[in-house]
Design a protein around this ligand. Sequence first.
Ligand SMILES: Nc1ncnc2c1ncn2[C@@H]1O[C@H](COP(=O)(O)OP(=O)(O)OP(=O)(O)O)[C@@H](O)[C@H]1O
Ligand SMILES: Nc1nc2c(c(=O)[nH]1)N=C(CO)CN2
Length: 189
Amino acid sequence: MTETPNPYIIDADTLTGEMHPIRRAVIALGSNLGDRLAALQGAVATLADTPDVWVTAVSPVYETEPVDAPEGSEAFLNAIVLADTTLPAHTLLDRALAIEDAYDRQRPATHNAPRTLDVDLIVLGDRLSHEDRLRLPHPRAAERAFVLQPWFDIEADAQIPGVGTVKELLEATDRSGIALREDLVLEVE
Ligand SMILES: Nc1ncnc2c1ncn2[C@@H]1O[C@H](COP(=O)(O)OP(=O)(O)OP(=O)(O)O)[C@@H](O)[C@H]1O
Ligand SMILES: Nc1nc2c(c(=O)[nH]1)N=C(CO)CN2
């Protein structure tokens, strides 16, 4: 006879493992190469499939003019994902980079070269980080309409810790280069 596990017995890993608080993660997605919508949709699905990550909201999709990108770059599709997670910051970053790699993201030497998929961590709770490998909050988010607008759409009272409210930051940003794509919708299973 097979033994039914007793749900009241806590296994050793749970007792000795490091516990992490639940924190809110704000994740920015961007693509300006190949099937842009498929890349964004794949990133949402993969994040939603990630253990200890619970996707709570996905923004509308915006078509956006390239900012600080090489001459002749194509327009981006951008969106924001909100998730609750118990993952430590570096584990979540590694997951984001692995999702980029899964979409064949090349890492050419050219600054801001076209990319099939970019997955950036914008904020993770109140976590601050000043390493090259992980900067939190994301240092360029506060001036990027392609991050602030979709984020504001799904969280009107959002804040960038230590920086300000997304509403005020957005009001101070040039929004002329972004356009809502109502015809493109990202699904969460
Ligand atoms: N908050 C963050 N989110 C994602 N990557 C980060 C973050 N902070 C630092 N990095 C590091 O940045 C590197 C990614 O650089 P990448 O060339 O993708 O920048 P980018 O996303 O193109 O530009 P930008 O950061 O201006 O959006 C990664 O190796 C990662 O370790
Ligand atoms: N419109 C737009 N411009 C960009 C973007 C992006 O996602 N959207 N990402 C960049 C580097 O990550 C640089 N420039």
